[in-house]
Design a protein around this ligand. Structure first.
Ligand code: E4P
Length: 223
C-alpha cells in the first residue's frame, strides 16, 4: 500500500519525507491555497523535493471538460508526464477523465462519496479512485465501508484501477484501509505521525535507557 502525504507545506512535507517510508504527495486546491503563494510554484517545489519517481497528484479547478483537459495538460507540461491529475467525479469530470486517460494521462478520480462514482471513474480510465473517508463519516455514512465496497467492485470486475483512500482524521481509519488491501492512502502529516507515535513506547524506551545508563553512566551509549 502506498502512503502519500496530503499536504503542500514544503517544510511539513520535507519533515515527513525524510522520516517515514512514504511514496509521494497529494494536493488539492484548498491545500495549495493554504500556502498563500503561487500554487504552481508550490507544486514545482514539491516535484523538486520528491525528485523523479515518487507520485505527485494535483487537481484541476475547471468545471467544463475542455477547461479541465487543458488544465491537466498544462499541469503535466509543468510538472512532468508522471503527474497524477486529479479530476472530480462530476459530469464534466467523467468527460475529461475519458479524454485524458485515452491520451495516456495518469488520472486520479477524486471527491468520491459513493461506490458507483468510483466504478464509473474506473471505467473512464482513472488509475486511482479517491473516496473521502472522513467526510463520509461526518455525513453520517461509513467511509471505511464505502471504501470496502469500492474495493469489492474493483476486484469483482478485475479492474486495473486502485483505491486511493483520502480525507482521514485518525490513524484507525488508515489501519482499516490497510486491512482492506487499499492500493494507497493519503493523509496529513499529523495523521501520518499518529501511525507510529505512542507514549507507552516512548516510556518503555526511556526506562530501558535509564536502566543501562545506571551501569554505563548517564549520556553514554554503545557507540
Ligand atoms: C485528497 O487528496 C483529498 O483532496 C483530501 O484528502 C481531502 O481531505 P479533507 O477532507 O481533509 O479536505
Amino acid at each position: 500500500m502506498l502512503i502519500l502525504i496530503d499536504d503542500a507545506n514544503l517544510e511539513d512535507v520535507a519533515a515527513i519525507w525524510s522520516t517515514l517510508p512514504v511514496d509521494g504527495v497529494t494536493t488539492n486546491p484548498t491545500i495549495l491555497a493554504r500556502q498563500h503563494r503561487d500554487p504552481l510554484r508550490t507544486l514545482r517545489e514539491l516535484r523538486e523535493l520528491l525528485g523523479a519517481g515518487p507520485q505527485l497528484h494535483a487537481q484541476v479547478v475547471g468545471t467544463e471538460p475542455d477547461v479541465m483537459v487543458n488544465e491537466a495538460l498544462a499541469l503535466r507540461g509543468e510538472l512532468g508526464e508522471d503527474l497524477f491529475v486529479k479530476i472530480p467525479v462530476t459530469e464534466a469530470g467523467y468527460v475529461a477523465m475519458r479524454r485524458l486517460s485515452a491520451q495516456g494521462v495518469n488520472v486520479t478520480a477524486t471527491a468520491i462519496h459513493a461506490p458507483m462514482q468510483a466504478f464509473l471513474a474506473a471505467k473512464a480510465g482513472a488509475r486511482y479512485v479517491a473516496p473521502y473517508i472522513n467526510r463520509l463519516d461526518n455525513l453520517g455514512a461509513d467511509g471505511v465501508r464505502v471504501a470496502a465496497e469500492i474495493q469489492t467492485l474493483l476486484d469483482v470486475h478485475r479492474m486495473d484501477t486502485q483505491l486511493l483512500a483520502a480525507s482521514f482524521k485518525n490513524s484507525q481509519q488508515i489501519t482499516e484501509l490497510a486491512k482492506l488491501g487499499a492500493g494507497a492512502v493519503t493523509a496529513a502529516p499529523a495523521v501520518l505521525r499518529n501511525l507510529f507515535r505512542n507514549a507507552t513506547t516512548d516510556a518503555a524506551v526511556a526506562e530501558q535507557r535509564a536502566d543501562l545508563e545506571s551501569v554505563i553512566g548517564a549520556g553514554h551509549t554503545f557507540a
